[in-house]
Design a protein around this ligand. Sequence first.
Ligand SMILES: [Zn+2]
Ligand SMILES: [Zn+2]
Length: 336
Amino acid sequence: MLKQYRQMRKKLPKPVQTWLTKAPYTFSVLPRVAQDPPKAQRTFPGSARGALLFSADFELAWAYRYSKTCNDPLGMAQRTRDNFPALLKLFETYDIPVTWATVGHLFLRSCNRVDHDWMRRIPHFDDHWRFTSGDWFDHDPGTDWKRDPHWYAPDLLEAIFASPVDHEIGCHSFSHMDFSDRNCPPEVADDEIKACVETAREWGIELKSMVFPGGTYGNVEILKKHGFTNYRRKSQCVLHYPYIDEMGLVVSPSKGLGDNEFGWSHDYMIKNLCSHIDKAIKTRTCVHFWFHPDIDSWFLATIMPSLLRYAASRRESGDLWIATMADCADYMLKKD
Ligand SMILES: [Zn+2]
Ligand SMILES: [Zn+2]
């Protein structure tokens, strides 16, 4: 039904299309709010009535290897590297923490291809990505971060640690793996997470938060086994009080940033995103914004500063709690 409506909308004149994409917000149909649990139980630390999380899928070239839509993994990785200083500076200006969901291979300073031979391989599949021949690690250069900075990122991790903001390092699998139960056998997921946990430990990091690659979802019991407390997941309702799943992990639904598929003006885009924060406060829910660090430069330069400034001002007035995914999960697990 929704798909048919979207197809129909595309045939209308552009100004009508734009108006139609704004109307659900004007009439407060969107962003949708999850009704569970009852409002009185939706509490946050201190006087805050709403919460805001930011997570970034930090992956460099790994994300685009088997993509059906992007044929320039190195170009996308370079965009992340180009954006990185500005991104860190921006979040520092407003003292807003980010959960950097990091591909485990990026922790490495160097590797040999054979280093990953112990990891069991995902069978070939054709789904969200097309991996129908060769070995999963065929793209791995097996060199070091200076020679191949699009496959390793110890320097960027050090830049995150050097920031005075209390950022979190989360997990985005070791090699940007499809984590769905359909495509990924549990032993493959287990090896991916084991590799992440061990590599992160060498940096003194304990991983608690998972962002599944490519919008996939599954193998949650493996996360539980390795001590994770929470993960991000898509939902029909963008505004959601974080909930605890049947495995005892905290789930926070999210909204992606960076697209302007409806051709909105910059002013309207800022107003719309800030209104997500207002509505989260009003409904005692959480808004979890996520983005790719290779985000379009117009979004980084034009939208993000206004959004962060507004978020910081709502925090200043005591209405909004801004947290990392792990801090949010800690609060949810301890509060009952
Ligand atoms: Zn490697
Ligand atoms: Zn990703």
